[in-house]
Write a protein that binds this ligand. Structure first.
Ligand SMILES: C[S@@+](CC[C@H](N)C(=O)[O-])C[C@H]1O[C@@H](n2cnc3c(N)ncnc32)[C@H](O)[C@@H]1O
Length: 327
């Protein structure tokens, strides 16, 4: 499917699920590099509602813990891992849904698509999809070659370790569900507790089903680069369309969650003209906890830099390498 067809399917899916999207909005390759973005085809005035995304089309923690097959396992994981477990759980849910969606597209498949199928199809599951760059997609050789000695090295290694552990843990929760819809797992009906325990350890021994490791990695990249909170104790969630907007430290939109129903509203922050790209501020570039090298490890880009990141590492750019004081 071409990118244009994928985004047309996304808009159709959103509208058929009660999203209200202004006809003035068009999805096109971004003017800032790094994949696609959203543009205006006509002027808009300050405060104008550009789109409203209903809660049911967002991927939230609730979707994961209320899942019929894996919800209980996800809840237990959060209880043991604490709040840090939320991202792991959402990555597990998304990965299982992505695999279900791919499975449903195979010729002759009788597997139902994920209810998030058209949205999942627009996400960067692999390096280069939507021009997405991320250290989670690099191989060990490139991590050593480019990042060693840089301020990104430790954080990138920690993140990669976290994802490796998550893949192993998530296999014990979503592995069976994936094997079931693939027809690789036959439910043997009633089981005594000791039989269930034996089956669970057998599952562990089998290792992750095909595609799970890659899908969990992709889901982590999506969470890190496009999940945002709407304030007021809200948890990180994926909001289709809002997550199409590129970052700028001078955003021209604002977004807020509607208290009554959890829908997300996106409005023009100022008068805008036809052709302008809509821009969101992911994190302030002045935040001390988010220096540019951390922007790169988390979001896969450095604001304002269009050059290949690997060139900057080869040149030992001061963005990534601490400079020795001159005498
Ligand atoms: C929330 S998504 C935005 C939509 C994305 N471009 C797409 O095609 O799906 C975030 C990703 O977009 C890219 N991106 C966002 N803002 C950018 C900017 N100012 N410069 C370069 N890339 C940017 C980066 O790859 C980032 O990880």
């Amino acid at each position: 499917m071409t990118a244009a067809a994928r985004y047309a399917a996304l808009l159709q899916w959103l509208r058929s699920n009660d999203a209200d999207i202004s006809p003035k909005i068009d999805l096109q390759p971004s003017s800032r590099g790094g994949g696609y973005g959203a543009f205006l085809t006509e002027d808009a005035v300050e405060g104008e509602l550009l789109f409203t995304i209903p809660r049911k089309t967002c991927i939230t923690l609730a979707d994961s813990i209320e899942d019929d097959a894996c919800g209980e396992g996800f809840k237990a994981l959060i209880e043991t891992a604490g709040p840090g477990g939320n991202t792991v759980v959402m990555a597990g849910f998304m990965a299982r849904e992505r695999i279900r969606s791919l499975e449903s597209q195979k010729p002759g498949s009788i597997v139902d698509d994920s209810s998030f199928g058209p949205y999942l199809a627009t996400l960067p599951w692999e390096r280069g999809m939507n021009n997405q760059e991320h250290v989670l997609y690099w191989d060990n050789k490139d991590i050593e070659k480019y990042l060693k000695g840089s301020m990104c090295y430790g954080e990138a290694l920690d993140l990669r370790k976290e994802v490796d552990v998550a893949i192993r843990v998530l296999n014990t929760i979503v592995g069976k569900s994936i094997r079931e819809f693939r027809g690789d797992y036959l439910d043997s009906g009633f089981q005594w507790p000791w039989e269930k325990a034996a089956q669970a350890s057998e599952e562990k021994l089998k290792g992750p089903p095909e595609g799970l490791a890659e899908a969990v990695k992709g889901a982590f990249v999506c969470m890190l680069t496009r999940a945002f909170e709407d304030g007021d104790g809200d948890e990180e969630k994926l909001v289709p369309m809002l997550d199409m907007l590129q970052h700028s430290d001078e955003p021209n939109i604002s977004h807020a969650m509607r208290k009554s129903d959890g829908a997300v509203e996106v409005r023009a922050r100022q008068d805008l003209t036809a052709g302008q790209e809509l821009l969101n501020q992911y994190r302030s570039e002045l935040e001390e906890t988010m220096p540019y090298h951390r922007f790169f490890t988390r979001f896969g880009f450095v604001p304002g830099i269009q050059e290949e990141m690997t060139n900057l590492f080869e040149d030992k750019s001061s963005i990534f390498f601490a400079q020795k004081a001159e005498i």
